[in-house]
Design a protein around this ligand. Structure first.
Ligand code: SF4
Length: 125
């Protein structure tokens, strides 16, 4: 079985979003990482692959110049997962600590919230 994929080549700035499915803040993390990737400011990478101990993806992550982690809330799932595979985190944000309330079971996200978190992440790039 392959240990990587052509869409997941190494890159200088990697963005890991928790992409949590239980609340707005997880979806904000995903949208921010996606938009920054589309804008060419970094590259959203495969958090699930690290969790699955896919060695190729871990190796690629270890080659990154910067690893940025975006968690929806203070449970810090993405941070814990990235650290679990021995990757050093260069920039970190917990969206609730940035002043956005977590609303479990509600997924509406505003452009204002996206812009706010994006600008905070951009300061780390
Ligand atoms: S950090 Fe919070 S929002 Fe993200 S996956 Fe974990 S519990 Fe869900």
């Amino acid at each position: 079985m392959s240990e990587g994929c052509s869409l997941c080549d190494p890159t200088k700035i990697m963005l890991f979003a928790c992409s949590g499915g239980g609340a707005n803040v997880g979806q904000i993390s995903n949208q921010v990482a996606l938009e920054l990737t589309k804008e060419g400011k970094g590259k959203m990478y495969c958090l699930a692959g690290l969790g699955g101990h896919v060695q190729g993806l871990i190796d690629n992550t270890l080659k990154a110049d910067k690893v940025i982690v975006i968690d929806g809330c203070s449970v810090a799932c993405a941070k814990k997962l990235v650290e679990h595979v021995g990757v050093k985190i260069d920039g970190y944000i917990d969206i609730t600590q940035a002043g956005i309330e977590k609303t479990p079971g509600k997924y509406e996200i505003s452009d204002e919230d996206i812009t706010k978190i994006k600008s905070l992440v951009e300061e780390m790039l």
